[in-house]
Design a protein around this ligand. Structure first.
Ligand code: C5P
Length: 229
């Protein structure tokens, strides 16, 4: 594998999981650790790219040598990502973005009432950041999305991935199975990459670092089609 095959390229990676505040001390979040996104940022850096990492609540150390932009909510992530994506060669949306956020953020800690038996939260939709990039003009920017799914059926997983790639206008879609103990916080990962024609371009299984390199091999082949024909 050629180190330096991303030299001169600008790669933007989002990683981690957004947190949507309910009040000053509580949030709605998810189990994404940010490990796979960080592995992609590190691998891209090692292959010579200039890397911007949009980091949402990472549970792991930030990689060296990347321009790191810390965000917390989906709206913050959108602002930084859209800014960084302008003119980038590659955008990898590895972050787990909350689909919904609380309709209102309470200024004070929400208190329980002695008489209540429950609490109903009103949520509103967050923008789909990847779909927004896919729908806007983005000539020269390769868009890579992720689909973290809990389905165990392989065919069903692929179908979900294909549908998501088309719906979001991504060039590549990386599907991985997640669950209570798989995917998110784990050190190993297993992914299938779906390409522009809906075919499986590659499959990878192993450390998040080796999976990152397998994904970047596909990215490089799409950036330099002639060299890989
Ligand atoms: O729809 P779903 O969340 O499964 O799609 C996953 C892909 O879409 C990931 O690449 C994720 O980063 C991106 N996404 C996004 N904005 C959202 C939700 C997901 O960019 N609001």
């Amino acid at each position: 594998r050629a180190t330096g095959d991303l030299a001169g390229r600008r790669v933007v990676v989002s990683a981690g999981g957004t947190r949507e505040p309910l009040d000053p001390v509580r949030f709605l979040g998810n189990r994404s650790s940010g490990k796979q996104g960080i592995a992609i940022a590190e691998a891209a850096r090692a292959r010579g790219a200039e890397v911007t990492l949009v980091a949402a609540n990472l549970e792991v150390p930030r990689p060296e040598g990347c321009d790191v932009r810390e965000v917390s909510t989906a709206l913050e992530l959108q602002r930084e990502l859209v800014d960084a994506a302008a003119g980038a060669d590659v955008v990898v949306m590895a972050a787990a973005v909350a689909d919904y956020r609380p309709a209102a953020v309470s200024e004070q800690k929400i208190k329980k009432d002695a008489s209540d038996s429950g609490l109903t939260l009103e949520l509103v939709r967050n923008p789909d950041i990847l779909a927004g990039l896919g729908a806007a003009p983005h000539d020269g920017t390769l868009l890579v999305g992720f689909a973290a799914e809990t389905e165990s059926d392989e065919e069903r997983l692929l179908e979900l991935g294909r549908g998501k790639r088309r719906a979001k206008g991504a060039d590549l879609l990386v599907v991985n199975r997640v669950g209570w103990s798989e995917g998110f916080a784990a050190d190993d990962n297993r992914v299938v990459v779906i390409g522009p024609d809906d075919a499986v371009v590659t499959q990878a299984h192993g450390s998040k670092a080796s999976v990152a390199d397998a994904i970047l091999d596909v990215v490089v082949s799409k950036l330099n089609p002639a060299a890989h024909a």
